[in-house]
Ligand binder design. Sequence first.
Ligand SMILES: [Cu+2]
Length: 162
Amino acid sequence: MKKTFAALALSAAAWFPATWAADADQVQVIDPYARAVPPTAPASAAFMTLRNRGDHPTALVGAESDVAEITELHTHVHENGMMKMRPVARIPVPAKGKTQLKPGGYHIMLIRLKHPLKPGDKVHLTLRFADGSTRAVTAPVRPINGMGGMGHMHHGNMHHAH
Ligand SMILES: [Cu+2]
């Protein structure tokens, strides 16, 4: 009797990881990078493509970084003809699909930078997925031109109303 139970427990252990993979293992992080900002900038952002290889949907639900005191998930919305940023609770990644974090869209906001982000620096991020699993990502810092800059400035002011 005891022997049978042990055998069952063993086979269950072998079966479990194969059929239930953590979200962090199912999601591939493609080309992560963070925006270079001048020394006076209070905030920056990180971008990447999340590719879900699994057959169930997941979502990015949180992030942490070593360069910012606060890390938030954001999207951009059009409001009265202006692009504005809004915090979001989750960034969905469909089953067998991709979600792009990019300037003007979803991004990971890095607020209250501990030091300026210069091109060539590296930002260490920890991504947290819907099931609680996490993944560490290193994002090189790159200069980014064009849209999104003003929006980030407005946002920075909102968070730094002092
Ligand atoms: Cu933002």
